[in-house]
Design a binder for this molecule. Structure first.
Ligand code: F6P
Length: 322
């Protein structure tokens, strides 16, 4: 009998999830596996929302943002009853291995399933880039490019009005979107949750720029930073005398067609996940990228790896913002 695998997407969606689903489905079928899609993440798993995937179920989806399997943040999965039902459904549908595309919370759910005896492989699908076991997550590059395009538009109007603008980007615990978009968008200052901000220093930099004739300044603040965007804007106005606006980019960052880089990452990781699910005796793994190599770690080990932000990027951004 053919081995049967399933794939689901869970947590916040990210551009490139569809490319990852496509890769799991097509690599699975290419390896003569039966592949099922589970709709609405762990919520759909509990409800038994399984559908058999064919080569054409994933046609014309690679370029689309979001996830064709839909996603959810399941509270029921966190309850003993909900979790038990999820385990039972995997047995009922005779699933030999499960691919989970999502972020940190989804990985923790995967680990719980593995501890209940299920075979799982987790793929990093989140715009936040907050998973420790991979240099980059699927969707991060697209989100950074979306923010970059917004910075360009905002800079035009900020410059015309000779103002400052605080742009708030996503990232509750991880400042990578702010860091990468801030550096590449030429932001005057970047605030991230990992590093306490010196607001006096930031204001001094802005004043220096203003005195040199700089017509505008753009400050990128990750949502997880302690001081709110509104309070930050107020302080900047008070200390620099520059009118300061706030733009919260919000969910615009989570949508859109994935970049080539995200599609490539998702395709490589999706096929790696299938390769792992085909291995006899494999119980739980997390797929990642290190340098240009697709790697796999034991899932529990992956969840315990410390996340460090790349301080060299912050240093560079500060040098370039003088
Ligand atoms: O997916 C991660 C993330 O985008 C965070 O950066 C953000 O804080 C959160 O999701 C918002 O998620 P929700 O869809 O639950 O509002």
């Amino acid at each position: 009998m053919a081995k049967r695998i399933a794939v689901l997407t869970s947590g916040g969606d990210s551009p490139g999830m569809n490319a990852a689903i496509r890769a799991v489905v097509r690599c699975g079928i290419w390896n003569k596996l039966e592949v099922y899609g589970i709709e609405r993440g762990y919520e759909g798993l509990i409800n038994g929302e399984f559908k058999e995937m064919t080569v054409s179920s994933v046609s014309d989806i690679m370029q689309r943002g979001g996830t064709v399997l839909k996603t959810a943040r399941s509270q029921r999965f966190m309850t003993p009853e909900g979790f038990q039902r999820a385990v039972e459904k995997l047995g009922q549908f005779k699933i030999d291995g499960l691919g989970i595309i999502g972020g940190d919370g989804s990985y923790r759910g995967g680990l719980a399933l593995a501890k209940a005896g299920k075979t799982v492989v987790c793929l990093p699908g989140t715009i936040d880039n907050d998973l420790n076991c991979t240099d980059f997550t699927i969707g991060f590059d697209t989100a950074v490019n979306t923010v970059l395009s917004a910075i360009g538009n905002i800079r035009d109007t900020t410059s015309s009005h000779e103002r400052s603008t605080v742009i708030e980007v996503m990232g509750r615990h991880c400042g990578d979107i702010a860091l990468y978009a801030g550096l590449t968008g030429g932001a005057e200052a970047i605030l991230i949750p990992e590093k306490p901000a010196d607001i006096d220093q930031i204001c001094e930099t802005l004043i220096k720029g203003k005195n040199r004739g700089k017509p505008h300044s753009v400050i990128i603040r990750a949502e997880g930073v302690e001081i709110s965007s509104a309070d930050l804007a107020k302080i900047i106005t008070e200390k620099t005398g520059m009118e300061t606006k706030v733009v919260v980019l919000g969910y615009v960052q989570r949508g859109g067609s994935p970049t080539a880089r995200d599609r490539l990452l998702a395709s490589r990781m999706g096929c790696k996940a299938v390769e792992l699910l085909l291995q006899d005796g494999m119980t739980s793994k997390a797929v990642g990228i290190r340098g240009n190599d697709i790697v796999a770690y034991d899932l529990e080990e992956a969840l315990n790896m410390p996340k460090q932000y790349d301080a060299s990027i912050m240093d560079l951004a500060e040098i370039l913002a003088i």
